[in-house]
Design a protein around this ligand. Structure first.
Ligand code: URA
Length: 179
């Protein structure tokens, strides 16, 4: 098992050369819910905090409205901890190299439930082979921890109110799972 204290200094893949900050994640040490995104964007790379940009703000608002949780009540992180250049989708090799950090976090946090946002997170956390357009709202498991996948909020910013409505319904599945 990797030592999470070393994560801020990771040089294990090529993203280390272009990142400004390793975005480890933030939230309570014993969370009812862990939210897993894809990878940091520009705002996150600059500030070191996950989901602080436009799409993150939308996600935080939807979680507040559907689950009654404020940002400080759940843990937020990403599958890949460093920003891919131009926000490209992380490569399979980058996901694989970063995977031990996510596994260590989820093992340590041992949450009541997990929300995976977007295809990369849904595949990495729940092993869903199909994309979120097919798997959103479906109950998945990480070890013994239940959870659901939904669209990435960036898709909602592009796709509009219909995507937001679907995300709200997916979040509703988490009610009752979040301790
Ligand atoms: N998108 C993500 O998937 N994660 C972030 O932290 C920010 C944007």
């Amino acid at each position: 098992m990797v030592d999470l204290a070393e994560l801020p200094y990771c040089m294990a893949c090529g993203l280390a050369a272009t990142r400004h900050r390793v975005v480890v994640g933030s939230g309570p040490s014993v969370p009812g819910l862990v939210v897993v995104g894809e990878a940091p964007g520009r705002s996150e790379d600059e500030g070191g905090e996950p989901f602080v940009g436009r799409s993150g703000q939308l996600l935080v608002r939807l979680i507040a409205e559907e689950l009654g949780l404020t940002r400080s009540q759940y843990f937020v992180t990403n599958v890949v901890k460093c920003r891919p250049p131009q926000n490209r989708t992380p490569r399979a090799s980058e996901v694989a190299t970063c995977r031990p950090w996510l596994d260590a976090q989820l093992t340590q946090l041992n949450p009541g439930a997990i929300l995976a946002v977007g295809n990369v997170a849904a595949r990495a956390v729940f092993g869903f082979a199909e994309g979120v357009s097919r798997t959103h709202g479906r109950l998945g498991h990480y070890g013994g921890v239940p959870g659901v996948a939904t669209y990435h909020p960036a898709a909602a910013l592009r796709g509009g109110p219909h995507v937001v409505t679907v995300m709200r319904a997916d979040l509703a599945v988490l009610r009752g799972l979040v301790a």
